[in-house]
Design a protein around this ligand. Sequence first.
Ligand code: ADP
Ligand code: FRU
Length: 304
Amino acid sequence: MSAAGKESKRVLMVGLLCQDILNLVDHYPTEDEDVRCVNQFWQKGGNAANSACVLSSLGETTEYLGTVSSRAEGSSALKEMQTFGVLTEHVVYSDCPIPTSCVIINTQTGSRTIIHGTRNMAELTAEDFSSLDLTQYRWIHFEGRNTIEVCKMMEIVEDFNKKVVSPDDVITLSTECEKSKYNMGDLFPKVDVLFVSKEYAESCGFASAKETVKKLLKRVKKGCTVLCAWGDQGADGITPEGAHYHCQAFPPEKVVDTLGAGDTFNAAVIWGLCRGTGLEGALRMGCRIAGQKCGQFGYKNLHS
Ligand code: ADP
Ligand code: FRU
């Protein structure tokens, strides 16, 4: 196993890199209306890619892993991610158009309406993942998608963890249950940190972040921390021992763009937990940085 200390190891974010086309409008259009946007810009998107950029900006050595279009628009999204300092040397290329989201940002409210096209991009497989040298990583976060393959990838990490000698070499595993359409329950027994979105929580019938973390704690493995972000209500978290914390949101002067608020929250929480802030500190960090993000377009210049 590696002799390197935990601090010198990487955080790996596994999941989607896509193209986001943001249309900024001063009111939400009605069906069949012909509107001009007040601004339009392209930026890289995808939960794992967004979180990787935020983590890297906060000073964590961060790598992104996923399938990437080998066409011009794929390289441009990848380059954009590299400008945040994200390492990308293990990505898997595919000759396929880049998955693309058309996003309507209502600048009056900051709301983001996303229409996403996968454009048949293949998902990362456990076979792709198996070629990594896991001694390089301290934390691996899997975006909650293609659950069957993600389950196999997590098993590779679990096997690795069973063999390590020093506790410093154990890799922390996390995932996010974001979309209700993925059958994420299979991942619950595997992760050390579980992020749950409001959308997923509501699809389970939970009415608040507090209820979500308390009820899901009973379904995760022993030792797992559960967090749930709830938009402008902030977020809640629960330790494996059952200590519950709530943190209020940090509203910016004006909310202009909430796209990727959850991805930013996850990144800042991971950053905090890697630095030993404990759950309460990490929740605060998550809400503070996500609040900053909501007050600006994109992910540049977020700071701790
Ligand atoms: P998602 O992007 O997954 O929908 P949420 O909307 O739950 O994520 O937001 C994640 C975090 O971002 C929240 O816990 C909160 O801290 C922050 N946040 C979201 N919306 C706002 C807002 N309107 N004002 C301030 N902070 C916000
Ligand atoms: C934000 C985001 C966007 C992307 C969409 C994919 O959380 O990652 O960047 O277009 O979600 O679902």
